[in-house]
Write a new protein. Structure first.
Length: 57
């Protein structure tokens, strides 16, 4: 019985963790908010850093 209870708890916690990541405000290459260095062009590295910061905020 403990095994099923623990498995259910792990399942619920992992679902909640994925749901919070899905609600992060990620964007794409056409969004000027992801232009971190202000040169007017969004690179893949800037996009990755922007999306990572949005997930951890």
């Amino acid at each position: 019985m403990k095994r099923y209870l623990l498995s259910g708890l792990v399942l619920v916690m992992s679902t909640l963790a994925m749901a919070s990541a899905a609600n992060a405000g990620q964007t794409n290459l056409n969004d000027p908010a992801a232009d971190l260095n202000g040169d007017g062009e969004v690179t893949l590295l800037e996009l990755i850093e922007y999306n990572r910061a949005q997930r951890h905020a």
